[in-house]
Ligand binder design. Sequence first.
Ligand SMILES: [Zn+2]
Length: 133
Amino acid sequence: MHELSMAGALVDIAVRHAAGRRVSVVEVKVGHLRQVVPSALEFAFELVAEGTEVEGARLELEVVAAEGRCRSCAAETVMDGFPLACGRCGGFDIEVTAGEELAVEALELEEEEQRDSASAPNLSELTTIGGRR
Ligand SMILES: [Zn+2]
């Protein structure tokens, strides 16, 4: 299941970063092209988080719109789904510039009662999870 592997990766990162502290909120940025079903990801997240510091934490999803640059006419297009096509010339030779993100933006830790975004982990390692279909 697509969402389960994503949830596993998110929980992994959150647990590592929390370093033993309880996590109350996990803010996640997810690209539109990941085709994540929010309710499915939330469900999987709860499942994977069980028994970890992240158990009971709220998952806050921010969906990032898909954007791309046309290799034929160089136009920038915001795309709302597949197939990815240029808004100007209709071409399909698109270089995706946004929309494939999967990253933990910030964690809220129960003990600190404050956002810990300054030390948010660099989650570039996550961007390869699942990949594009
Ligand atoms: Zn074009």
